[in-house]
Design a protein around this ligand. Structure first.
Ligand SMILES: Nc1ncnc2c1ncn2[C@@H]1O[C@H](COP(=O)(O)OP(=O)(O)OP(=O)(O)O)[C@@H](O)[C@H]1O
Ligand SMILES: [Mg+2]
Length: 256
């Protein structure tokens, strides 16, 4: 199972939007079964997929050691472990008991029906982001190309490297995604900065467009709601680049 955590400590970086739209793009290109995991109590990813969130069957159950069944979405190949505001109630317990941080990893290790899992995280490096980094193999970092968005990247990568060194040696940077780009000078400058800083790790970008929010309203990804739009094609290109990178890594390992 390919396990991807979408992490960025700066709020509004398009983490949830990236998870949502990449789900369809990755599913179509792999023809696999996907599990989406919402680790943000804001529940943005959950409400993108679901009109009603089953409150007794959320990702919180995993941290509380209770049984949970992922909820089906409009796509028969994509399920979700949703989050609600209640998720925050585990934080105090998790601060007192480090073992709770490993429960998502254990849950995913026991899954046999999914080919890929994508984990959305909150805009902070706390218990939930740590749980995602402990459970994942790959880290995707969306960066909205606005002022101050690059500075916080060093903090995210620093935490990722610490988790890799101490807890989860499989963890690797899959890439940095310029996630809300436009034609402004600042946006272009930041995209250039990302390309020079992350050289081989900068992934194809996603443009700013109202189609993102319009498709959200209909609870459909842009690929399903605006299939021939520029942004749908950008997500397809991004998914191809992600799968290519994972494939290269897997082949590299197989060849020793
Ligand atoms: N390419 C895009 N074009 C236009 N708007 C976008 C794009 N990507 C994301 N957005 C919008 O930007 C806002 C932030 O996106 P999103 O909620 O995905 O970010 P986030 O990093 O998950 O934020 P939060 O910190 O709230 O969890 C949302 O209103 C979303 O609809
Ligand atoms: Mg979000």
């Amino acid at each position: 199972m390919i396990k991807i955590a979408v992490v960025q400590s700066k709020g509004g970086s398009s983490r949830s939007t990236t998870c949502f739209n990449l789900s369809t793009a990755l599913q179509r290109q792999t023809n696999g079964r996907l599990l989406m995991v919402d680790l943000d109590e804001q529940g943005s990813l959950s409400s993108s997929f679901l009109a009603t969130i089953p409150t007794d069957n959320t990702v919180l159950n995993i941290f509380e050691g209770k049984p949970v069944t992922p909820t089906p979405t409009y796509s028969s190949m994509i399920d979700i472990l949703p989050a609600t505001r209640e998720l925050g109630t585990i934080t105090a317990k998790a601060n007192a008991d480090f073992e709770i941080m490993y429960r998502l990893a254990d849950f995913l290790d026991g899954q046999t029906t999914y080919d890929m899992v994508i984990i959305d995280t909150p805009p902070s490096i706390g218990h939930f982001t740590m749980s995602a980094l402990v459970a994942a193999e790959w880290v995707l970092v969306p960066v909205s190309t606005q002022i101050y968005s690059v500075q916080v990247l060093d903090d995210v990568l620093d935490v990722m490297m610490k988790v890799k060194k101490r807890i989860n040696s499989k963890l690797r940077l899959l890439g940095v995604i310029p996630s809300i780009t436009d034609r402004t000078v600042v946006s272009r400058q930041i995209q250039n900065e990302l390309t020079s800083k992350f050289n081989g790790h900068t992934l194809p970008s996603i443009s700013r467009t109202v189609k993102i929010e319009e498709s959200h309203i209909h609870r459909k990804t842009v690929l399903d709601h605006f299939p021939s739009s520029v942004v749908a094609i950008e997500y397809i290109t991004l998914a191809s680049a992600i799968l290519e990178r994972i494939k290269k890594d897997t082949e590299g390992k197989a060849n020793g």
